[in-house]
Design a protein around this ligand. Structure first.
Ligand code: GLA
Length: 699
């Protein structure tokens, strides 16, 4: 039973209990864990007798402003212009409904009402948290910090943080850090989540097994702009994680009567370790995809790695024909199809097909591709503009600039100020024109430069404009428009690879491009990290040529196919150079993928080992348990020396029924569930056989 001062929110398998503090006007976490864990004394209670700080500074607070929490990390910093910073509020009431809770706090001196919002996501183990800030006074407030929420994890002797870090072409590297004292913070001020860190964090007890079952807490922030996630060892013997937007341009204004809603912070728990937490996130992202989850993700061919900017009809058609022959279902022309785009120095903004490249007309070219039985897709970078484009000549005021200062180029281009409605309208009408004029059913939306000089000349200083939120609003509005006005179009999200992967984007796209790096062993590691946070049906992946652009380490064609079919399979190789044997092998892999993609995209995925192990893999169990698909990789040396001397490699499966029998449809071998759980599937890796796809049917 909930008392008026204690509320429990329940997901499928977890509960989250909040109470009003006995020490002051704030909400605290009482318990978070498996269902029923809230029934007992709170593990987050502490002695309340820490000398030299205030009770609020050590409390497992859900959200506290800087006035009330003077010394340790506050979640909200606000002020009236020219006045002292700080919020001192009183509890102003709770509203509870099935699966949701709102706790209000009012500071009548400042003129600010703060509502902590909670909502359970049905069918998942995710609880959403966000905060609504309303200016109730007569003066515009300045918000210097405006987090979405904070969660507290008990930590008797510190926590292990797992996060996804990297850089362009090396995104989603799983990394760990023990936090016993101090602060760990990550984020981005690049106007997009960025390549350096994913807005995702997992927290476990420092002594929990590294890759086994253990209570594991996670957060992920839905915000495609500037952000931070900060974990702080607190004086009360806990680790508190807070997350939210970063007002990089200064402060965010909140005008009288206005309400600012912070981004959603998704909070997840699993008792089954990082792998169990990954499945919680996968289920949540299947929920985000909604009915579009049911749309078959087609086997794509993308010509970027084969032709680069050298796009012309005959060469593209030759590739399309070869792609259709091996079983591709969709042909995407990447960068280079529009006027002025001989290289990356021009063309962006002028979204018209280059007549020299398509002498018989672009419409005819699209129909020729479709005549091969392929859907047609196109690359666009709607936020970008080249300085020598017609668009820039006509609308120099549409890009971010600071008056009187030089505008820097990144990848030879500028960025449109998508917060402006006229710019949004231009992008919407450009995409409408392309999608209506040509039979385009797939759009790859790219973004290759962060905003540098963030200003809007003539509109006042950036710290009064909230340009970050403006850009995000424009971006999401256009993605929403694509979904409603062109529901048949599949949208791929990309930002120079995985620079903009977060829940607001994932709710509005069908797949995302995790990285430009398609080299087999690098890709395996990128995908391994990606799958900790994101679902397989969103993970676009291509088979490309060897040696790759990034990594010459040899791997077989099979390895590259098995890696790519761990998500949404695509081909990016120059098929014109492939002989009949290679094409036949590719056709066999694509046919096998089509047989299992339903399980890969809709099943429950388990990460088996890590790319640091000589054998690792991903297991996908069909929801009805009838089929299990295992993608397995030999990651070790391939020079003839046995990978594990004297022993065949084994991959222990998980979650199977020990009493059931499982039949390997390719080798005809049959295993008991107990054998697969205890000893694992056997593999014998060689240079030619360094990856495998095993399909087990439950008998
Ligand atoms: C970015 C993308 C690539 C490709 C190029 C084209 O780098 O991540 O996949 O589309 O742009 O210029």
């Amino acid at each position: 039973m909930n008392s008026p001062r204690r509320w429990t929110l329940r997901t499928d398998r977890t509960s989250y209990t909040v109470r009003l503090s006995a020490d002051g006007p704030w909400a605290e976490l009482d318990a978070w864990g498996p269902l029923g864990a809230e029934d007992g004394p709170s593990p987050l209670d502490w002695s309340h007798r820490t000398h030299f700080i205030t009770p609020a500074d050590a409390a497992p607070a859900e959200y506290l402003p800087s006035g009330l929490r003077p010394f340790t990390g506050a979640d909200l910093v606000a002020a009236r212009p020219g006045a002292e910073r700080g919020v001192w509020w009183e509890f102003a009431g709770a509203e509870e409904a099935p699966g949701s809770l709102r706790l209000a706090f009012a500071d009548d001196v400042l003129g600010l009402r703060t509502v902590l919002c909670y909502a359970v996501v049905p069918g998942t183990d995710v609880l959403l948290r966000w905060t609504e800030l309303t200016c109730t006074g007569e003066e515009t407030l300045r918000l210097e910090r405006l987090d979405s929420g904070a969660v507290t994890v008990p930590a008797a002797d510190g926590v292990r943080l797992t996060y996804l870090t990297g850089q362009w072409s090396q995104e989603f590297q799983r990394t760990r850090l023990d936090l016993t004292r101090g602060t760990f913070t990550m984020g981005s001020t690049q106007g997009v989540p960025g390549h350096a860190y994913a807005p995702w964090l997992a927290v476990q007890d420092r002594h929990a097994p590294e890759d086994g079952p253990a209570p594991t807490y996670g957060v992920a922030l839905a915000w495609p702009g500037n952000w931070h996630i900060t974990a702080e060892a607190e004086p009360g013997g806990t680790v508190r994680v807070r997350a939210g937007r970063v007002p990089h341009e200064g402060t965010v204004p909140l005008a009288p009567g206005d309400t600012l809603t912070t981004p959603r912070l998704a909070c997840a728990f699993s008792s089954e370790g990082l792998d169990g937490l990954a499945r919680v996130w996968h289920r949540y992202e299947r929920h985000l995809s909604g009915e579009r989850l049911g749309r078959t993700r087609k086997v794509l061919y993308n010509s970027w790695e084969a032709t680069g900017f050298d796009v012309e009809a005959a060469g593209q058609l030759e590739l399309a024909k070869a792609a259709a022959d091996i079983g591709a279902e969709l042909f995407v022309v990447d960068d280079g199809w529009f006027t002025g785009r001989a290289d990356d120095t021009g063309g962006l903004g002028d979204w018209y097909p280059d007549p020299a490249a398509f002498p018989r007309g672009f419409g005819r070219f699209v129909e020729d591709v479709r005549g091969l039985g392929l859907d047609f897709g196109l690359w666009v970078e709607p936020e970008a503009v080249s300085p020598n484009s017609r668009l820039y000549a006509e609308h120099p005021d549409w890009v971010y600039r600071v008056d009187g200062r030089p505008a820097r180029l990144v990848r030879n281009q500028l960025l449109l100020d998508l917060g402006r409605e006229d710019v949004q309208d231009f992008v919407v009408s450009t995409l409408d024109r392309l999608l209506c004029e040509y039979a385009v059913s797939y759009l790859k939306w790219d973004m290759n430069r962060p905003p540098t000089e963030r200003g809007r000349p003539g509109a006042g200083p950036a710290d009064r404009l909230d340009l970050d939120a403006g850009h995000v609003t424009g971006y999401l509005r256009i993605l929403d428009h694509l979904r409603t006005a062109h529901p048949q179009v599949t949208v791929e999200g990309c930002a120079g690879g995985g620079g903009r992967v977060e829940h607001a984007t994932l709710a509005r796209t069908d797949v995302v491009w995790p990285s430009d790096n398609t080299a087999p062993l690098d890709r395996l590691r990128i995908q391994f990290g990606f799958l900790h946070a994101h679902a397989p049906h969103l993970m676009s992946s291509w088979v490309t040529d060897a040696p790759g652009v990034f990594d010459p380490r040899p791997r077989s064609l099979a390895f590259r196919f098995v890696t790519a079919l761990c998500g949404v399979l695509g081909i990016g190789a120059d098929l014109r150079t492939w002989g009949p044997a290679r094409r036949a092998e590719a056709a066999r892999w694509i046919a096998r993928y089509k047989e299992v993609r339903e399980v890969v995209h809709h099943g429950e995925a388990r990460l088996l080992g890590t790319p640091d192990d000589p054998t690792c893999g991903v297991q996908y169990d069909a929801q009805d348990g009838a089929r299990t698909v295992v993608a397995a990789f030999g990651t070790g040396r391939l020079d003839g020396a046995p990978l594990v001397p004297g022993r065949a490699a084994r991959l222990r499966l998980r979650g199977l029924d020990p009493a059931a029998r499982y039949h390997d449809t390719a080798s005809a071998a049959t295993y008991s569930g107990a054998h697969l759980l205890h000893y694992g599937l056997p593999f014998a890796w060689t240079a030619e056989h360094d990856a495998d796809l095993v399909v087990l049917k439950r008998q």
